[in-house]
Design a protein around this ligand. Sequence first.
Ligand code: UD1
Length: 420
Amino acid sequence: MQQFVVAGGARLEGSVSVLGAKNAVLKHLVATLLAPGKHQITNVPGILDVEIMSQVLAHIGARCDFDGSSVTIDVPHDLVPEAPIHLVRRMRASILVLGALLARSGEARVALPGGDDFGSRPIDIHVEGLEAMGVEFELTHGVLHASAPDGLVGAEVMFEFPSVGATENLLLAGVMAKGTTRIGNAAREPEIEDLALLLSSMGASIKGAGTSTIEIEGVSDLSPVSHRAVPDRLAAGTYLVGAAITGGEVTVHDCVPDHLRMELRKLASAGCEWEAGDDWVTVRGPERPSPVDFATLPYPGFHTDMHPPMVALLSRASGTSVITENIYAARFRYVGELNRMGADVQIEGQHVIIRGVDQLSGCPVDACDIRAGAALVLAAMAADGYTTVINAEHIDRGYDGFVEKLTGLGGEIRREAIDA
Ligand code: UD1
């Protein structure tokens, strides 16, 4: 087990670069299954989730070779169309192999997903969409068996909610289906546009990615690809909140500021100053943040994954903020941990009421999931004394070189391995 020990009081100052987005690269790895041969993805972060996805691919028969921030994926002609429980339990994104395996092998066996504990996270939207494309499902012994006896056929699908994963699963299924697939109320995330870009470079025909209607014309086969992953807006946003919460000044390079429009707007309302170029953004934090209200929404709304870091920031605001969490009904486990640090945060249904306090104080806390863990580290930077963040391997799932990057910005943080 890993824990991070953080000494509060340092101002974060300087520059940091981010690599490709976890939430894009995981899907890129899966997409390579669609074409036998050697693929290359660059700008890949060295994080645990990428390692887990490479193990999923290895089980299926594809080999991933890492060289710094580049990965070569060798995909064979014959695949084992299966994602085993011990890997799916560790990472929910494994469910994405469904679409790709159905396209390549006409069948897939995927254990029902695990991943972050945000309450119930069903996959009904994925299943309904794939059923419309001719897929039959059977659930036995916790494993979802999917098959397309007559092959995948294009369909008109209208999502009840713009699910990121379901949009991606249908994209992966649709690119080699017979005929046209049209997804209405599709998710519009930059990572989906990036997946569509990668698939188009493989030879797929996709229109409208990044809008709420995506049209896919099935093609008979695809070729191996070389692709650079879109920058990680969530890693970038986390370091910017680090500047905000410590009253420091941080420039994040190699990012796309436009992908953080709503988050930057809310940081400005909290009293931050910011400026940006094409691929960099600088945030200067205030002495004390102002309270801010906002609601999490699908892109281009405020990203749910930036909610915990933002609550950490607002826990020290000069007044009361109200946040409405619209994406995950139970994304609140970190609140108890933050309150142990002296914050005054209350949950009312899907609303988070944050009464700003003068000072947080360090204590042992639990990094319940990736973003909660990052938020607690940021809170610890602004707290009095030492904070120990246990279960820090959650943070390693999503942040490349988190400790090193924060240390480079002047943060006082060290990693310790502890006996389970
Ligand atoms: C992805 C991101 C995650 C981010 C989320 C929303 C990855 C690996 N993860 O997750 O970091 O927080 O987008 O931006 O890319 N839902 C259903 N039925 C379904 C599918 C989803 O009810 O079939 C619900 C979920 O329970 C959740 C909401 O829809 O409440 C959003 O889920 P979705 O957009 O699918 O998120 P993920 O793709 O799982």
